[in-house]
Design a protein around this ligand. Sequence first.
Ligand code: BDP
Length: 675
Amino acid sequence: MKHKIYLLIGLLLSSFSILQAEDGSRLWLRQPQNAHAQVTANKQSPTIGLATRELQQAWQGAPVTLELKKDKQLDKDGFRIRHTSDGLTITSPDEIGLLYGTYHLLRLQALQSNDLKTDNEIIENPAYQLRILNHWDNMDRTIERGYAGKSLWNWDELPNTLSDRYEAYARANASIGINGTVLNNVNASPQILSAEYLQKVKALADVFRPYGIRVYLSVNFASPMVLDSLPTADPLDKEVIRWWKNKTKEIYKLIPDFGGFLVKANSEGQPGPCDFGRTHAEGANMLADALKPYKGIVMWRAFVYSPSDADRAKQAYLEFQPLDGQFRPNVIVQVKNGPVDFQPREPYSPLFGSMKHTSLMAEFQITQEYLGHSNHIAYLAPMWEEFFQFVPATSQKAIAGVSNIGTDANWCGHPFAQANWYAFGRLAWNPQLGSDEIADEWLKQTIYKEGVTDISPIHTDLKKMMLESREAVVDYMMPLGLHHLFAWGHHYGPEPWCKVPGARPDWLPSYYHKADAQGIGFDRSSTGSNAVAQYPDSLARLYNNLATCPEEYLLWFHHVPWRHTMKSGRTLWDELCRHYDAGVQQVKKFQKTWDKAEAFVDADCFKDVQSRLKIQARDAVWWKDACLLYFQQFSQMPIPYDIERPIHELDDLEKVQLGISNYECPSGELLNRNR
Ligand code: BDP
């Protein structure tokens, strides 16, 4: 009898854990934890202990040996997995490499990969040494451009209370090779450097350390003035230099492996060295000197643009390129992937390749500020892959992604948004991995419910949906090189007409689309702002010529007549209409694909994605109608008769007001979701 009760309790508990387990909180780490693998290691340490435990609990195969050993073919984080007479051996020169090797092995197991079956050795080294998440988390736990709940960091409770989520966060990151985290927003509060907060930061760093995650902080350049009332923050001032040296010392005393500082200076109202007549290099170098004794680094952002006459797309280059060669070796200039601002599609930033004597790193945005927040499916690996075609990983040692993580049970809001966190980590490790392969990995590890053995009826379609999703967003929001048509402030819906009295012109969509009776697009050719000249000659020529400019960048580089003949033989106007409509039709197709997935995924996840796709489908129509009806006032041309007609009045769309925490979508419905 007693046994039966235990059995019943056991069953209840296990079914409860299955129920619990399918809320997305386990991310891509859902392997059963009931294995009893035999694991030995030639050294003990907290990190090797983690690797051992992961394998013991989840590895279903032969005994594993963890071998810490120098190996000419392996970088610090690299690893080798080889078959031996008594099982498998994972080798790495560093204990963190053993943990990465462990997660790699477990991933191959989850994917039932053939790599495991062969006797081949696996050798992996990361492409980038520093693979960093940037959190835009504020001290009050709001997240700038965050759509998945509050900040994970509970500053009020730290350092005494440590949420379980901190370790889960570190583990998830380590499992995909991420090895750094900038805890706070680039629009940084000086308070983060106060003695009180540094204790809290230390507590997080202690949790993350065994997982190989180093902590970095965004710093406010005026911190010495705000925290200690210094009269200036001039980087050449002796007191200021001393202040930063002391502050850095204080940090390293608490956190000996602290990574360094991330700085947004003289950008969008943030203080910086230019306030004191100094250059970005002088500002960055002062901090770099303070960090150097501890091997810390400065990541100095090149996201700068001022309300000047110069085309905004040219400004980062104009300001930073002349400083090439002036930065200390431990400064890395952090450049957004495109020259404007994380748009659904941008050409790459011409700063890459033009600063031969400066370390640069790319900044991607994982959070979908400009791609439908956590309401839209937009798998971003194809966008990053596009970037790597122009900017190979070999040219840099670091890469950053602006995180999309928050307190939501599934971490990222939209269940598919997790795939972007995953893809960022995997690409930072190996940019050669295709979007397809990464989508395949993520889907198989994450999305199918337990007990589903045959995914073949749906897997290819789901993968296709992911792979096509970013292009669909481009199509229904901003095709053919259009950019920044977003509504003021929240960057969610369309507002190509937006006028705000007294606003900076470069904060208004008309600055970017320049629609008029003749045509549409920003002339950045040699007859216009000449931004093309910032690119290497061959590309500059390609982009400069209307006839050769790739159509996906056409309206980025050219102001094009409405009746211009496109490659398809259609007019620009017709082509534009077709792109918008294609985007809408794609989302409707995604809805059909997803509905077919019902039997294969958890019921709540199914409903969640289904309802977000409804929002996305409505939003896509809203975008299409808003942009086409607005631009039609200039083109004066009919929307091709074979495509779906608008269902909105332009007047009504112009009245849509989007609030911060909820918004009324054009159907009149009040949506309130992760805004
Ligand atoms: C823009 C965001 C803004 C950020 C800024 C930045 O709208 O919230 O502060 O970038 O990267 O995309 O500094």
